[in-house]
Design a protein around this ligand. Sequence first.
Ligand code: GLU
Length: 493
Amino acid sequence: MITVRTRIAPSPTGDPHVGTAYIALFNYCFAKQYGGEFILRIEDTDQLRSNRKSEQQILDALRWLGITWSEGPDVGGPHGPYRQSERSDIYKQYIKQLVSMGHAFPCFCTAEELNQMRAEQYARGETPRYDGRALLLSKEDVAQRLAAGRPHVIRMKVPSEGVCVVPDMLRGDVEIPWNHIDMQVLMKTDGLPTYFLANVVDDHLMGITHVLRGEEWLSSAAKLILLYEYFGWELPRLCHMPLLRNPDKSKLSKRKNQTSLTFYERIGFMPEAMLNYLGRMGWSMPDAREKFSLQEMVGNFDMSRVSLGGPVFDIEKLSWLNGQWLRDMPVEKFAMRMQQWAFRPEHTMKIASLVQSRVETFSQVVSLAGFFFTDGVSPDVKLFESKNLSSNQVRQLMQLILWKLESLPQWEKNVIISTIKTVVESMKLTFRDAMPLMFAAITGRANSVSVLDSMEILGLDLTCFRLHQALDLLGGVSEKEKKEWKNLMDLAV
Ligand code: GLU
């Protein structure tokens, strides 16, 4: 009998997302149910967006939840390396194979040419897609261009008619017409593979038997299936899990919900409760009990109990469940866990270095630095009244700062400072105009320990959460204002 092997394959391009944990959890339970292996692979082929910090945060967050993997970039294993950026030579070999078998071909189109091609297709009312022009080049022409070192990508051939049947464990056979599928780029000009090639090669070489992934990948499954066929490899079983949704049923997004696992860790959720809640996203225990542990989920796991209706990730329900977990602990354990959460050594050190010079007794620490231990703060609305700014300018300034901070790839004090500076300058204001607003929003008070250091310590999620809350307190921002301010920001910053 084959050993079941599943994997999570996150791209390290941002915060550790609750959606990653949800997919990891189901892959983990599925593998463990069959006594199989769950592995972790980092898909960092997008060199521009991927970074090691994000990778570390993803590993830390999954570990915090109690999900473990038997192979991965940190623990090694027989199929390594487990980071795609370290496997370029492997992909090159397989690309060569596809080209020599006639399943893939070099394409020399420049960005301008492709843009023009798409514009013409638009004008004719067609869906823009690669038109296969490189396939019309003669063999000699291609060889000459290659010999001359002309920049090129490698694309895969796709059938022009018929349908691809995607066998999905939850949906049965899903048909995708081939004329909806583009001749996907498999290798970029820089010689690095795209997701499609790397994903197929790695799942095959790493012996993955079942691929459980988010529903958003269903439409591109046809390309993967075709690649398996081209290589003559057995297709793993595919399962596209229903996407997590905001309470308004839209796809779970940062704009409407907190999506970062670190946020939930920071504001004192128990990892057991988070896993339990994620386990209830589209799945239920046979006896319908709401509270269960990871071991209990593994023990009762059954894929056929996954339902396709979009599961709603609702922070209120999560909080309710977390409350159950907290209350069910013996008080000694509760006290210990509370202490562990509040006084993580690294965090405590950072706070201590901010408050030490400003207190005469330990008891003063709480009033000075209590905001480090809460989720939100409750500033008095009067703290946002400014001598120099109108109330509209106050909201605009805060919204602009929030937008800019939200998209920062790096969270450090000097980057935070320069971000705020750029925004104030774009509004022809000064740094001093912004500071009282930041104090109020972040610490809940008119002054406190350094607010910029505090923002760095609190982290991006909590900082942005508080800025959102402050904006809500000030009446929120209308869609019209958002549009207007976004345009201004794009022009000026
Ligand atoms: N790297 C992809 C992601 O970030 C993996 C998709 C898959 O599981 O195939 O979601």
